[in-house]
Design a protein around this ligand. Structure first.
Ligand SMILES: NC(=O)N[C@@H](CC(=O)O)C(=O)O
Ligand SMILES: [Zn+2]
Ligand SMILES: [Zn+2]
Length: 444
């Protein structure tokens, strides 16, 4: 297959030949062979497939929220060609046997995936490290969905094991002892409690994040571990990660939403760590735009509407995001708030480097043909109804995103949207098609 006249983020316009699963040639002018299919990409941008290093695809155990089929389709429709899945499923991915159960579920995905191992008081590191893990984590320094919080000493022991196995440790960094319990205990409750969603941000303090990041990086420096801090939500957390020699990640919701959105979102804006002030959000965005932050990943954490329609203290934490990450970043690039090169660094190049995905993350001869074709001017309204996650809602309703027209995993088309000239239509089932390629574990 030949993709012709494709714009790359470095400013070149190239033809790109795909042979089997790999990129075979990139040149200004390649002649199509007699039997070669050609995609004319004139006016379009070609990106390396995005790598979402932080998703919760929920199987096994919570397939009413998401499955590997629906999660992977949602990813493909958003230009994500590789995901790394977190261990807070049921059973949790804390033993070799439980890893195998998840691997069987993941084999239904139409995109590639890594499976992380998890840590609890009764995990089985021997059997777990025997399996093809992508990374260890997220290791929860505070309880979140799944109640997998670990004590600091258990964390340090787990990091030792990860160093011995030469595996990166992804950390959920919040220090529960610094939560503002008075915010929770003082809430009068009663009707309309969901309107108090801002209390979640008061409760899970910014200090709790910065303190836990510092602790995790200290353990990392003592042991020589590669520490990756998940979902940093504050400038203080990001700076503590950088100062401590760790890599760090920011989620789209902490980039594009703040406490000011909670009146509208209610419990649909409850996640861990929580939304922060508009001032902090801007400081986080600056650090993403200027290269301080290593990656953007989604923490795609779907829950059903029924589950979210509860009082603030009962609703589950987490929001979906795998389908809207690249579209939101491309809209920021369209607006001039981020460079296209930076977008590629954040969602492809850097996650590939941090998680040792050697065949991914760059458009280069010999690498996997994980590719995303985009019309950079085609911004559309984001609507939960149009997304493919089983949960069917998005915290970004009504915002704009630049969605892919075509997504390819190792040379196979996994998502295609028929281009629509009117530029005002929705994305909808009629003009979309999914391929049924089986994804592969990136560690096999
Ligand atoms: N972020 C969240 O609020 N929720 C995540 C768990 C997590 O990443 O902490 C989930 O699995 O629902
Ligand atoms: Zn987390
Ligand atoms: Zn998470």
């Amino acid at each position: 297959m030949l993709i012709t006249n494709a714009g790359l983020v470095d400013g070149r316009t190239v033809d790109c030949r795909i042979d089997g699963e790999r990129i075979a040639a990139i040149d200004a002018d390649l002649d199509p062979a007699a039997d070669e299919s050609v995609i004319d990409a004139a006016g379009k941008l070609l990106f390396p497939g995005a790598i979402d290093a932080h998703v919760h695809f929920r199987e096994p155990g919570y397939s009413h929220k998401e499955t590997w089929t629906t999660g992977a389709r949602s990813a493909a429709a958003g230009g994500v060609t590789t995901v790394i899945d977190m261990p807070n499923t049921s059973p949790p991915t804390t033993t070799g046997e439980h890893f195998d159960t998840k691997a069987a579920a993941a084999s239904k995905a139409c995109i590639d995936y890594g499976i992380n191992g998890g840590v609890t008081g009764d995990w089985e590191p021997d059997s777990l490290f025997d399996r093809p893990l992508c990374a260890l984590g997220e290791v929860f320094l505070a309880d979140s969905t799944g109640d997998m919080g670990v004590a600091p000493d258990d964390f340090a022991d787990a990091v030792d094991r990860a160093v011995a196995a030469d595996v990166t440790v992804t950390v959920h960094a919040e220090d529960e002892t610094l939560f503002d319990d008075a915010a929770r205990d003082g809430d009068a409750g009663g009707a309309g409690r969901a309107a108090n969603a801002d209390l979640w941000s008061t409760y899970r303090t910014a200090e709790a994040e910065a303190e836990a990041v510092t602790y995790a990086t200290e353990v990392g420096q003592e042991t020589g571990a590669d520490i990756h801090i998940a979902h940093t939500s504050t400038p203080e957390g990001i700076d503590a990660a950088v100062d401590g020699g760790a890599t760090c990640e920011v989620c789209p919701h902490h980039l594009y939403l703040s406490r000011e959105d909670l009146d509208d979102l209610g419990t649909y804006g409850r996640m861990n760590p929580p939304l922060r002030s508009e001032q902090r959000r801007k400081a986080v965005f600056e650090r993403v735009a200027d290269g301080t932050v290593d990656i953007v990943a989604t923490d795609h954490a779907p829950h059903t509407r029924e589950e979210k329609d509860a009082g603030l203290w009962d609703a589950p934490s987490g929001v979906p995001g795998v389908e809207t990450m690249l579209p939101l970043l491309l809209e920021s690039a369209r607006q001039g708030d981020l460079s296209y090169e930076r977008v590629v660094d954040l969602v492809a190049r850097n996650p590939a480097d941090i998680f040792d995905l050697d065949s991914k993350g760059r458009i280069e001869v010999g690498r996997d043909a994980d590719l995303v074709l985009v019309d950079p001017d085609d911004a559309r309204e984001i609507r939960g109804d149009d997304t493919h996650s089983k949960c069917g809602w998005t915290p970004f309703e009504g915002r704009r995103g630049v969605f892919p027209e075509l997504t390819m995993v190792r040379g196979q088309v996994v998502y295609e949207r028929t281009p629509d000239e009117s530029n005002v239509s929705d994305r909808g089932a009629d003009d979309e098609r999914f391929g049924d390629v089986a994804g592969e574990n990136v560690r096999l």
